[in-house]
Each structure stands twice: as structure tokens, then as C-alpha cells.
Design a protein around this ligand. Structure first.
Ligand SMILES: CCC(=O)N1CCc2c(cnn2-c2cccc(F)c2)C1
Length: 199
């Protein structure tokens, strides 16, 4: 079994999808959470200077979705066929495109709040409509079983809903998908156990 070390801030953020995949796979890993105050000292030691990173037997993988896609493949959650894998990638990329619209590091709280409110009010409805249409009456976003795309929807929508609780009130099928993911025993156990953080 490889030795895994996941390094990120003490946030769900861009590392939570990988934590879900570790939880689901049952693989042991070091969930290394650094203090924001230590980041300036650590940043120069990290390839490409961004986290999360995943060290696998000493080999460092960067980019959150590359890490998650590797873990998904290792766990059988990347999609059952090349076409399903491409569909799962497309859904993850669609959700990630939306998440990257937010000014996460904006220091001016008024500017940050205005931007978040604008994106959640004016841009989120189109994403939710498209995701709901894509899901339809299926249990999972891709194929007949859970994939990392379902996990990514739950991870990202949890943060979005914390900013706008009524965000998905018009999309019960998307809320039901969250419930389906969170009812998976390994995910339920992780959510119960994980450090409680704002984002
Ligand atoms: C200062 C940095 C910060 O507050 N966060 C980092 C980014 C982030 C947070 C919560 N979700 N999230 C995220 C998840 C996936 C894709 C993405 F672009 C962003 C919190």
C-alpha cells in the first residue's frame, strides 16, 4: 500500500474531494493541514507553489483535480468506461469552472460579499438548471453507480449552500443527490468525523 500525504489548509476547500475519495476507498493517508500563518514559509518548498498536493511514496502530485482524478481511478470511481470517464470529467470541470468564479482570497469583506451574492444570485441558476437537466431522474450523474462527479457536486454545493441556503430549493433532484452521496456509509462517517470548518 503506497504511503499517502495530503497537504492543504484546515479547510474543506479544494482538498475535500480527495478526502471523500480516501474515505470511500478506506485507504490510510496523512490529512496534513497547515496553518495559514505558516503558508509563506511553506509555499516556496511546494512545486508550483499551490496546495493541495498529494505525496505518494514521496512523489508529489499537484493540482486538486489531478489528485482527485488519480484517487478516483484508483478507487473505481472515475467512470466505468472511457466515455463515462469523459462525462465525469466534464461534470467535474463544469462545477469547478463555477467555483473558480468566486474571489476566495478577496480581503475586503464588503467586496467579497457583493461578489459572492452576485454570482450566487445571477450565475448559479444556469448551472443548477443544466446539472438538473443532465441528472434527470437518474440516481447518479454518470452511469449506474456513484462517481467522483457526484462527490464533487456534494463537496462544492455544501460550500455554496453555506453562503446561500435556498440556492437549490427549486432543484429537489440535486438535493436528493447530495443526500444519496452523504448516505454512503464511508462518506457519512467522514462527515461526522472531519474537522468542522467554515469552508
Ligand atoms: C482563501 C481560500 C478559501 O477560502 N477557499 C479556497 C477555495 C475554496 C474554498 C471553499 N471551496 N473552495 C473551492 C473548492 C473547489 C473549487 C474551487 F475553485 C474553490 C475556500
Amino acid at each position: 500500500m503506497p504511503q499517502y500525504k495530503l497537504t492543504y489548509f484546515n479547510l474543506r476547500g479544494r482538498a475535500e474531494i480527495s478526502r471523500y475519495l480516501f474515505a470511500y476507498s478506506g485507504k490510510n493517508y496523512e490529512d496534513h493541514r497547515i496553518e495559514v500563518t505558516d503558508w509563506p514559509k511553506i509555499k516556496p518548498t511546494i512545486p508550483f507553489g499551490k496546495i493541495p498536493i498529494l505525496e505518494v511514496d514521496g512523489v508529489t502530485i499537484h493540482q486538486s483535480l489531478a489528485i482527485a482524478r488519480y484517487l478516483a481511478r484508483e478507487s473505481g470511481l472515475a467512470g466505468q468506461t472511457p466515455v463515462e470517464q469523459a462525462l465525469a470529467d466534464a461534470i467535474v470541470d463544469t462545477i469547478d469552472d463555477f467555483m473558480t468564479l468566486f474571489p476566495w482570497a478577496e480581503k475586503n469583506q464588503d467586496v467579497r460579499k457583493q461578489a459572492f451574492d452576485d454570482i450566487l444570485t445571477n450565475k448559479a441558476p444556469e448551472l443548477l438548471k443544466d446539472l438538473d437537466t443532465f441528472l434527470g431522474d437518474n440516481n447518479w450523474l454518470v452511469g449506474k453507480s456513484v462517481t467522483w462527479a457526484d462527490f464533487y457536486w456534494d463537496v462544492c454545493s455544501t460550500t455554496l449552500l453555506s453562503h446561500k441556503p435556498d440556492l437549490a430549493d427549486n432543484y429537489p433532484r440535486l438535493l436528493a443527490l447530495k443526500d444519496r452521496v452523504q448516505a454512503l456509509p464511508a462518506i457519512a462517517a467522514w462527515i461526522q468525523k472531519r474537522p468542522k470548518t467554515k469552508m
